[in-house]
Design a protein around this ligand. Structure first.
Ligand code: SIN
Length: 283
């Protein structure tokens, strides 16, 4: 009997008894979508599915993005990003260092991702957990005076900013000129209103947010550092220890996430679909 069970006192749940190799009927899909929106992170257990089935299920949440680093997508399914340290003929075929910093997927687009679906295909013997932080809880935990200060503020998000850091830090291939031109900086409200639930959420992240507009540099840096700390505090965090076949759906409007390291020499293969979103509404 399909079931949804909480994994954390405030958000994150697991769904058992669903088989996404089948095209779910309307009621089963509605139960999963409802759980995804209510819990922000939904771990759908035991999925032995093909990339085509992963794409078919993800598409029911909305149209899918194709990552700007297209060389790291599956050749037959460009909607699937390979988050992995696999190499073929000596060359990396996945983004090995994806998500090694707190972020909300694609917050660097004018229409950031609504949600992502990451499938565990091969896991290391230890490590490689993913941390999720509720940005609703983070907002709720702010002192009232700081909340008031944030409303009306806007921040810049940039993919080239992060890509350059990762190239220097972990040897990630640099963006081509065409890739860089495809992702110009964008601005978003510092606090956004979730378009399905109406709840306010912090919407800045250390991965892609570069500055808060209309503040002197030092003040912008200081405020961002305060917000990044509150946004990723243990009090608002769920740590996911992966099992093979876990398909984790997360709501990029409501959480940010961080991939943790695993032993050198071991292989971790994850496949990610990323659902298109809409322009964030200021809260
Ligand atoms: C990502 O940020 O999409 C990757 C997360 C992970 O590999 O755990």
């Amino acid at each position: 009997m399909p079931d949804i069970r909480a994994l954390h006192p405030h958000f994150a749940a697991e769904a058992v008894g669903y088989d996404l190799s089948e095209d779910l009927d309307g009621a089963a899909f509605a139960a999963l979508r409802d759980a995804f929106e209510r819990h922000s992170v939904l771990v759908i257990r035991d999925q032995d599915i093909t990339p085509a089935e992963h794409v078919r299920f993800s598409r029911r949440l909305g149209p899918l993005e194709i990552h700007v680093m297209r060389q790291f997508t599956l050749p037959d399914h460009p909607e699937v990003l390979r988050v992995s340290n696999e190499r073929e003929e000596g060359r990396p075929v996945g983004l090995a260092d994806a998500g090694r910093y707190w972020h909300s997927d694609l917050s660097y687009l004018a229409e950031p991702s609504l949600g992502s679906g990451l499938l565990a295909r091969r896991l290391p013997s230890q490590g490689g957990d993913t941390l999720f932080a509720s940005q609703h809880l983070a907002y709720d935990n702010l002192p009232e005076s700081l909340r008031q200060r944030l409303h009306g503020l806007w921040a810049e998000h940039s993919y080239p900013y992060r890509a350059d850091i990762q190239s220097a830090r972990s040897g990630r291939p640099p963006l081509s000129d065409a890739q860089r031109a495809a992702v110009p900086p964008v601005i978003h409200p510092v606090v956004r209103r979730h378009d399905a639930t109406g709840r306010p959420a912090l919407f800045v992240n250390e991965g892609f947010t570069t500055r808060i507009l209309d503040l002197p540099d030092a003040e912008s840096r200081e405020l961002l550092d305060i917000l990044f700390a509150v946004a990723t505090d243990d009090a608002v965090t769920y740590r996911h220890a992966w099992r093979p076949g876990d398909l984790v759906l997360w709501d990029n409007r409501a959480v940010q996430h961080l991939a943790t390291p695993y032993p050198e020499g071991e292989t971790r293969i994850m496949h990610r679909t990323t659902v298109k979103g809409s322009t964030p509404l200021a809260a």
